[in-house]
Design a protein around this ligand. Structure first.
Ligand code: SF4
Length: 227
């Protein structure tokens, strides 16, 4: 067992980072610094975030120990879903995004030889992945907008790119920016939302998603208005 925790490209979604940094008791800034590799790929104008693997020969996950996964209750969505892989499709007719699943387990995966039968829904329930799946869909809806370049000449590493990355992945820094800069002089945010995001990382992450949509594409949201 645990062969699946080596030699892999483990993509981290924003909700994964929230759960992992809280499990480790560190800020999102520290988590990204210590544990994340940020890479640009041709398929999107927003970078992907991957868990930085150990430098050993097998590129082992840094959270794998002799006794198993050290962050098991907060392990990423991809780990929960394995050996099923998931993707998302957007239905232009219903304007809804949903998950699609592929079952292509590698030879070393012993789970595939067990007799118990699962559906994707019962597997998600068993692995406590339902909330993760919901958050992955939410993130995918925003990420799909990055198929079009929003940066112009400054590129993804320019000021706009840094702000968007902060609001999406580095939420402790985003909270600081929200409450301790001129942000609230420029944007009006409902009081009940502000109250929630002071303490609740997931609500803050959702607000970050909405703000990025508004900031980069002018997509109106219920909670944020320009003053
Ligand atoms: S986070 Fe846990 S389950 Fe996921 S690859 Fe690392 S050790 Fe394995």
């Amino acid at each position: 067992f645990n062969k699946c925790c080596r030699n892999l490209n483990l993509f981290l979604y924003p909700y994964d980072v929230v759960r992992l940094k809280n499990r480790l008791g560190i800020t999102s800034d520290k988590f990204i610094d210590r544990h994340a590799d940020i890479v640009m790929r041709d398929s999107s104008f927003f970078p992907d975030v991957l868990l930085r693997m150990s430098q050993d020969e097998e590129r082992t996950c840094p959270f794998l120990s002799e006794s198993g996964c050290l962050v098991y209750p907060d392990r990423p969505d991809t780990c929960r879903t394995f050996p099923v892989e998931q993707g998302v499709i957007y239905d232009a007719w219903t304007k809804k995004t949903s998950l699609v699943h592929f079952f292509r387990p590698p030879d070393f995966c012993l789970g595939q030889y067990e007799s118990e039968q699962w559906t994707t829904a019962s597997w998600a329930n068993d692995q406590d992945a339902v909330i993760y799946n919901k958050m992955t869909i939410k993130w995918s809806e925003l990420k799909s907008l990055f198929q079009v370049d929003p940066w112009g000449r400054e590129g993804p590493t320019g000021p706009k790119g840094k702000m968007a990355f902060m609001a999406i992945y580095n939420i402790d820094l985003f909270r600081d920016f929200l409450f301790n800069s001129s942000f609230l002089k420029r944007y009006k945010i409902k009081n009940e939302v502000l109250k929630k995001v002071r303490k609740d990382d997931v609500e803050l992450m959702k607000l970050g998603f909405e703000w990025v949509k508004y900031f980069l594409w002018g997509i109106k949201t219920k909670s944020i208005k320009q003053r």
